[in-house]
Design a protein around this ligand. Structure first.
Ligand code: GLN
Length: 446
């Protein structure tokens, strides 16, 4: 039934770059056989999932929605994929994204755009737009996305589902195709908070294959669900409630805050004074790291190679000119500039220093508060084409999510209600490795 639903909706939503329904049906038959035989089953046995197409899948094409990787078939699974297979989940396909996860609407995909299931004239958000849309449309029970500056939380908000960006180092990045390595983190999209906790139980944990994976004890993420949040101190950063928010979004968030208060939490204003620098800092650091990570696509090692080249240098140039889309090229140029000698100190190094100030803001706030609430995005999902002519407009879609990646802390987006028929996301931010408590407050609210 799940396969039928997925295929019936796909022409409308276009969430999948590579569907793997045939394989999924074969696996589902094996699950049935297992159950009939009375064999032990995994915690996610038979559960249909979708995986963002920037995570490597053994024998299944992994494109990053880029022409440069259009025919790349990895010979191994990302650690998250291995873990989910072990837990019994079944992959329905690989989902669409903004090329190399650079964007906020999935309009930068090198192949096609994905539509928002709530209104197919609107974007699903991005960059994990396919993953968010597939869960919102019920094409999969859960999916994985990656979040470098908001790419899980923002599409979760736009599609009305739960999206968690875990603490940096909580989920292995082995097999995730790198965008900005110091910011990238994998996390789940689900319909409700309990499912999110269950997927986290399957994917979180130390991995020797990722040197930035944290060697800490990981909790049972369901353990605090259902517990009261009475007496919690909840901060509302004044910098996130300024002029930039749509009035309809503000109204929904204010109502959600009242509900949280009525559950026994003490809500007070707080301050994250360096918030205004998050966008410029992110757009120096993320492109700098991307320009370095994307140097490997040279026509020799992976994927596409230009056919019209006549020597080595022209092969590099033509392969990259033909293989990468405009936004990826823009990032490579911005990043190369910020890292070049003469500008490195003024841009890259300065941005690193301000990144520390942004992290310190959060450390100070968490001395007084258990968690921080904000809107996930300043507006609801916008219409196709609304922001494609103006990159800065597009970048502003993530003003409320970027700081969390710069600080390496977890952020969760849950649906807080609707404005003009479109979902509005509430962002809950916590201290490092405090995901179980973020899920607790989200569950109490839900
Ligand atoms: N929209 C942001 C960008 O374009 C964030 C993307 C992401 O989190 N992968 O870089």
């Amino acid at each position: 039934a799940q396969a039928e639903r997925m295929q019936a909706l796909e022409p409308k939503i276009q969430a999948f770059v590579t569907p793997t329904v045939d394989k999924a049906l074969e696996q589902a038959a094996l699950v049935d056989a297992k159950i009939v035989a009375g064999e032990a089953i995994g915690p996610l046995e038979g559960v249909p999932m979708a995986i963002k197409d920037n995570m490597c899948t053994d024998g299944v094409r992994t494109t990053c929605s880029s022409k440069i990787l259009e025919n790349f078939v990895p010979p191994y699974d990302a650690t998250v994929v291995t873990k989910l297979k072990e837990a019994g989940a079944i992959m329905m396909g690989k989902t669409n994204l903004d090329e190399f996860a650079m964007g906020s609407s999935t309009e930068n995909s090198g192949f096609f755009t994905t539509r928002n299931p709530w209104d197919t004239e609107r974007v699903p958000g991005g960059s994990s737009g396919g993953s968010a849309a597939s869960v919102a449309a019920g094409q999969a029970v859960f999916s994985l996305g990656s979040d470098t500056g908001g790419s899980i939380r923002q599409p979760a908000a736009f599609c009305g589902v739960v999206g968690l960006k875990p603490t940096y180092g909580a989920v292995s990045r082995f097999g995730l195709i790198a965008f900005a390595s110091s910011l990238d983190q994998i996390g789940p999209f689900t319909r409700d908070v309990r499912d999110c906790a269950l997927v986290m139980n399957a994917i979180a944990g130390h991995d020797a294959k990722d040197s930035t994976s944290a060697p800490v004890d990981f909790p049972d993420y369901t353990s605090l669900l259902g517990k009261s949040i009475k007496g919690w101190r909840v901060g509302l950063p004044k910098e996130y409630f300024g002029d930039g928010i749509d009035p309809e979004v503000r109204a929904v968030i204010e109502k959600a805050v009242k509900t949280i208060e009525s559950l026994g939490a003490e809500v007070a204003e707080c301050s994250l004074p360096h918030t205004e620098y998050a966008l410029p800092v992110y757009y120096l650091l993320a492109p700098a790291e991307a320009s370095s990570n994307l140097a490997r696509y040279d026509g020799v090692r992976y994927g596409y190679r230009s056919e019209s080249a006549d020597d080595l240098i022209s092969m590099f140039k033509k392969t990259r000119a033909e293989g990468f889309g405009d936004e990826v090229k823009r990032r490579i140029m911005l990043g190369t500039y910020a890292l070049s000698s003469g500008y490195y100190d003024a841009y890259y190094l300065k941005a690193l220093k301000v990144r520390t100030l942004i992290k310190n803001d959060f450390d100070q706030a968490f001395e007084k508060f258990d968690c921080i609430l904000s809107p996930t995005t300043p507006s609801v999902a916008f219409k196709f084409g609304d922001r494609t002519d103006n990159p800065l407009q597009m970048y502003l879609s993530d003003v409320f999510t970027l700081s969390v990646n710069l600080a390496g802390i977890p952020g969760l987006s849950i649906n807080a209600g609707f404005a003009n028929g479109m979902p509005v996301g509430l962002q809950i931010i916590g201290k490092a490795f405090d995901e179980a408590r973020l899920l607790q407050i989200a569950h109490a609210y839900e």
